[in-house]
Design a binder for this molecule. Sequence first.
Ligand SMILES: *Cc1c(COP(=O)(O)O)cnc(C)c1O
Length: 330
Amino acid sequence: MTGTISMADVEAAARTLRGRADSTPLVPSLFPGADLWLKLEICQPIGAFKLRGALNAVAATDAPAVTCCSTGNHGRGVAWAARAAGKRAVICMSALVPQAKVDGIRALGAEVRITGRSQDDAQAEVERLVAEEGLAEISPFDDPLVIAGQATVGAEMMAQKPDLRTILVPLSGGGLAAGVALAAKAADPAVRVIGVTMDRGAAMHDSLRAGQPVAVEEVPSLADSLGGGIGMRNRLSFPMCRDLLDDVVLVSEGEIYAAMQALFHRDGLVAEGGSVVGLAALMAGKVVAEGPVGTILTGRNVDMAQFTRVVTGQDVQLGDVTVTGVPYAA
Ligand SMILES: *Cc1c(COP(=O)(O)O)cnc(C)c1O
């Protein structure tokens, strides 16, 4: 177990978030194949769990201006938290970030910088702003305050349904998975926590297999929120995921497509591709579910044109990859 973040930090984060970004519902899914429970982080005011870590980290800085790189939702969380705290925010993103997410961040009053084609390019601009202009960086996942904020999701799930046997966590930089695993296992050491991500550009999966952070090629995905590397100098989320996750499972674009459709038509919920990877893994039989299973619907900030194509069964073009359309069948 890592000594860097304790449950005292998670409890302190929960106090900071109280009444602002906590207590999202945990509801039963109509999924027929398992006793599945959905943690509705899509109900957060910014439409994603990232508000938790962002509020906790922004509350701890006295800097008048903050910056971060983001695949969209972290930037939205930092923009929201900075506006609430009366601070300036500069959000750095790559050209792969969907326009809907860029617009959402601007609507919160933050400045947006689009640089390059990858999270690494966006991160280089963040480092320049920190070094040359003195902005405080809020890391999307490799920061103890951010991880403690995301960990409150796991603490709430175990308080809401203490008999959960397995939790499936959408995984990118690993801040959410690290925090949820820490908090859930503190409540019940027997609970299994499994990270799930897309099979193209799976940075944490490849890094865990290599035993150290590795770079991945960033490609367009239905799970755009899960893109990007884990940082070659990762300090916290990598060792925590290594020590705390029971497994990491990969899903294909077609499996993500089917899960977005099923969640919409069956459960009546709008969720991003990056949100539904846990459901996708269950539907594909890649996770064996014994007893109650929880998964986190991490965000609802879809590109509506693409989402409409998915739920109506049309083809979706992702760079040079075509996901072949399949009509929803109950
Ligand atoms: C950021 C994000 C994730 C992954 O969180 P990490 O802490 O980077 O692993 C999952 N889903 C959505 C919608 C996100 O925005």
